[in-house]
Design a protein around this ligand. Structure first.
Ligand code: NAD
Ligand code: UDP
Length: 356
């Protein structure tokens, strides 16, 4: 322990966002795997602002150093390039007030996780095994970001946590779906056998700024296409449904879950369900509205075109969030319209800046 990390002065920190100054006894030591990704970087921001010590572990496969570069140099922040498929050794002062691991490392968009299916399974299985081993040794509380994909193409609607799912174990999505299912199994194995204190978040489709604009997910695809004046690509007949949650709601839910006593899986998602066809129209309307507000008098109306449906694409998806409401007193606060406007403005700014 270096004395500098015990007493941090405001003056040395003036170039950083205003971090809460916590006494060492309240400052948690938190490891965020996948912390340079879309969800991870927002989680890191929130944990840093709350005044905790945060270490990011990432191999930068789909994430980028730039998402958290604004924290580099801050005494509470550390970034390590590491692949979670390999064990990670870190020591921890047993008198530390609290040690937590948020285990996010895993590609999340279908084109990314299908790019190297074997690596995706290794990341979910071996990566989770390694991080659970670390949690066991350091007595850390462990939270894994699982997914609504564990429900597969669901036969129960909306999906509640007691539903066991309907997953094709050999299809192109299986590397991710089955990977997350086995990661959950491992998590509960360590919980029952070794007493590791675990939390399991089942996250439904989430969007927001810093989402990689080219990751192939529907929200980023539609916004980028509409902003560029290109055709918007709906896969299949557009009747499949999804429910979209804004990133800030998810981060509230993840932190509330970590701080709760709930060890059962908890769904985190927004219950507003759209067909993908309706969603394309909504995104088109919002992009036009933002363009009008920015002085474009007659924005171009882009076309919506239909492309083949990917294999095993789930037909419907909507979270039952009764458990999150009951045990975390959590519910989404951002409407889809509000969140989409924020995201359109973010991508638009990136386009003007020339990075998109
Ligand atoms: P993302 O691809 O933006 O972030 C994943 C991060 O993990 C990246 O920084 C990537 O470089 C890193 N990573 C991947 N493989 C790694 C490895 N082997 N070792 C170390 N780092 C590795 O994805 P995201 O949307 O931020 O998703 C984060 C987590 O949330 C994932 O576990 C994902 O399964 C889960 N999730 C996300 C959503 C969503 O809609 N965004 C939905 C359900 C679940
Ligand atoms: N989708 C689409 N056009 C796109 C990208 C995706 O119609 O350009 C569809 C996709 O087939 C799926 C839904 O949108 O039905 C959500 O896809 P995404 O990849 O965002 O997430 P996931 O399928 O994992 O829920």
């Amino acid at each position: 322990f270096h004395p500098d990390t015990q007493s941090i002065s405001y003056t040395t920190l003036s170039r950083f966002p205003p971090v809460k100054l916590l006494p060492p006894s309240q400052r948690k030591r938190i490891l965020v795997t996948g912390g340079a990704g879309f969800v991870g970087s927002h989680l890191v921001d929130r944990l840093m602002l709350l005044g905790h010590e945060v270490t990011v572990l990432d191999n930068f496969f789909t994430g980028s150093k730039t998402t958290v570069s604004h924290w580099v140099g801050h005494p509470n922040f550390e970034m390590v390039r590491h692949d979670v498929v390999e064990p990670f050794m870190i020591e921890c002062d047993p008198s530390s007030p609290s040690v937590e691991i948020y285990h996010l490392a895993c590609p999340a968009s279908p084109p990314h996780y299908q790019f190297n299916a074997v690596k995706t399974i290794k990341t979910s299985f071996m990566g989770t095994l390694n991080m659970l081993g670390l949690a066991k040794r350091t007595k850390a509380r462990f939270l894994i970001t699982s997914t609504s994909e564990v429900y597969g193409d669901p036969e129960v609607h909306p999906q509640h946590e007691d539903y066991w799912g309907h997953v094709n174990p050999i299809g192109p999505r299986a590397c991710y779906d089955e990977g997350k299912r086995v990661a959950e199994t491992l998590t509960y194995g360590f919980h029952r056998q070794d007493g590791v204190d675990v939390r399991v978040a089942r996250i439904f489709n989430t969007y927001g700024p810093r989402m990689n604009p080219f990751d192939g997910r529907v929200v980023s695809n539609f916004i980028v296409q509409a902003l560029r004046g290109e055709d918007m690509t709906v896969y299949g007949d557009g009747k499949q449904t999804r429910s979209f949650q804004y990133i800030h709601d998810l981060i509230d839910g993840l932190i509330a879950l970590m701080n709760s006593d709930e060890t059962r899986p908890v769904n985190l998602g927004n219950g507003d369900e759209f067909t993908i066809g309706e969603f394309a129209e909504l995104v088109r309307d919002i992009v036009e509205k933002v363009q009008r507000e920015d002085g474009v008098r007659d924005p171009k109306r882009v076309n919506i075109v239909y492309k083949p449906m990917p294999t095993d694409d789930p037909q419907k998806r909507r979270p039952d969030t009764t458990r999150a409401k009951q045990v975390l007193d959590w519910e989404p606060r951002w409407t889809v319209r509000m969140g989409l406007e924020e995201m359109v403005r973010y991508y638009k700014a990136k386009m003007i800046e020339g990075s998109l």
